[in-house]
Design a protein around this ligand. Structure first.
Ligand code: UDP
Length: 493
């Protein structure tokens, strides 16, 4: 990397999609590149700047202290106004949308962010743009400025290949309409991937979304390459297929959460007031005895589902730490009989956390033995990195693909048997009984052969995950390879 020391540092502009699950890994990724001497700017709107700011500030403390002989460059956040598209003030993030109409307005705002993007490009001429795939217009915009666009999709290569197969072949289209249980295979995937029809997006029901996915795929194809929050050892066959069969270039630079300087402050300015007590409580619990439950930032569950989850936690016999979203949900609606005896002030078997939890910190606590997760890609990779096996409960997006990856390919989890694909806005999910949930938890944590194999694989995978971003690891090398390429390209501009 001598060439970089002798010249101006590389400058990468990051354009994250406006949802926490994409903003958080982009902030971590910027920290990771900044630690290698790259000048990084994150372009986003005021409310979303607050999501990336804690991680950015922690990363900048090293640069401002002059660590690494002053070679570290502080990360900038370029804050631009959220376009006026008729959404209420402060509603700038996908997690805050409550209707399909909001979603339409939100995507209108996403298109209008091209204007500040163009202005930034003209004024600063960065060496590359890491653009979220949802900003489809950035393929042409970056090309117009002569700058390579690197796509970030916020998912794994495994799920990215599943999506590509859907877009190209639409295997759901060949299924009978009236059979939600029909098994759909994804042809040409390097792994055998089979899902029920009810677990997949239906192009016929979502024609606008579907057309958008086609546009996304075409924009990715016109791009310089793709950066993934993943690592080679996690999905070697998929990386090879992505290169050989799709002819795409990929850099796997994760797990990026491992680059975060302060895992407690990641993703939110304020932690839930329940966190301190919960962390102290975790310290009192035996290793591996706690179920951690959290479903990310955009998935919500009906009172009937939540009630069964509470029963399942009770029936599992385990301790539990449960992040409950929608703090306004009236408790009596979902609290099953006896549950109040498990949590303070009456009991000590569990803790609930209303608001933001320091997820990475919790997952890495030795008391945590299993993670009940919706399989958002960040959560999945954070569990993999912490060596915590999973009970999988996918809802929509890439989550059913991630479940297949975790359960069938990696062998580090057990599913609860979720059958229905649908976001909070579009679908009704069948209720899964507490006995089934408890059964899945016991399969992972029990003394039997299955649980032991799962836990052993999780520990083995965690060691690989942690080694990847270290000096000499595969992700460390991919970052260096990408920097070298961008630097070499600069001399030809
Ligand atoms: N997260 C967190 N605390 C919370 C809820 C979420 O730190 O209370 C983080 C979590 O660690 C992950 C991200 O938010 O990094 C959620 O991303 P994921 O892809 O798992 O799910 P999504 O929210 O996109 O569905």
């Amino acid at each position: 990397m001598a060439a970089i020391d002798e010249q101006q540092p590389l400058h990468i502009l990051f354009l994250p999609f406006l949802v926490p699950g994409h903003l958080i890994p982009i902030a971590d990724m910027a920290a990771l590149f900044a630690a290698r001497g790259v000048r990084c700017t994150i372009l986003t709107t005021p409310v979303n700047a607050a999501v990336v700011r804690p991680a950015v500030e922690r990363a900048n403390e090293d640069a401002l202290r002059g660590d690494a002989g002053g070679a570290l460059v502080p990360i900038d956040i370029a804050v631009v106004p959220f376009p006026d598209v008729g959404l209420p003030p402060g509603v700038e993030n996908g997690a805050a949308l409550t209707s399909e109409d909001d979603v339409r307005r939100f995507f209108h705002a996403i298109r209008r962010l091209r204007e500040p993007f163009d202005r930034f490009m003209a004024e600063h001429r960065p060496d590359a743009v890491v653009s979220d795939g949802f900003f489809t217009w950035s393929a042409d915009a970056a090309a117009a400025h002569g700058v390579p666009r690197l796509v970030f999709l916020g998912t794994s290569v495994f799920a990215r290949l599943c999506n590509e197969i859907m877009v190209r072949h639409n295997p759901v289209g060949a299924c009978p309409d009236d059979d939600p249980d029909a098994v759909v295979s994804l042809p040409g995937h390097p792994h055998r991937v089979e899902l029920r029809r009810s677990q997949m997006a239906d192009p016929k029901k979502l024609p606008i979304h579907w057309a958008f996915f086609q546009t996304m795929s075409a924009a990715d194809e016109r791009s310089y390459g793709e950066v993934f929050n993943s690592f080679h050892e996690l999905e070697p066959e998929c990386v090879e297929h992505h290169r050989a069969a799709l002819g795409r270039r990929a850099w796997l630079v994760g797990p990026v959460a491992l680059a975060s300087k302060d895992v407690a402050a990641r993703g939110a300015a304020e932690l839930s007031p329940d966190v301190d007590g919960c962390l102290r409580w975790l310290d009192t619990k035996p290793d591996g005895s706690v179920v951690y439950v959290s479903f990310g930032t955009v998935s919500s569950f009906s009172p009937a589902e939540t009630r069964e989850l509470a029963r399942g936690l009770d029936l599992s016999g385990m301790n539990f730490a449960w992040v409950i979203s929608g703090a306004d949900e009236p408790e009596p609606e979902w609290t099953p009989e006896g549950f109040a005896e498990l949590i303070p002030p009456r009991g000590d078997r569990g803790r609930t956390i209303r608001g933001w939890a320091p997820q990475v910190l919790v997952l890495n606590h030795p008391a945590v033995g299993v993670f009940v997760t919706h399989c958002g890609w960040n959560s999945t990779l954070e569990a993999v990195s912490a060596g915590v096996p999973m009970v999988t409960w996918p809802r929509y997006s890439d989550q059913f693909y991630n479940e297949r990856h975790v359960v069938e390919v990696l062998g580090v989890g057990v599913g609860v048997g979720a059958r229905d694909f649908g976001s909070n806005l579009e679908s009704h999910h069948r209720v899964i009984g507490g006995e089934v949930i408890a059964g899945a938890i016991r399969r992972v944590t029990g003394d039997g052969e299955e649980g032991e194999a799962i836990r052993w694989k999780a520990a083995e995978l965690a060691a690989k995950a942690r080694a990847a971003p270290e000096k000499g690891g595969s992700s460390y090398d991919d970052v260096g390879r990408l920097m070298d390429e961008l630097m070499a390209r600069r001399t030809f501009r």
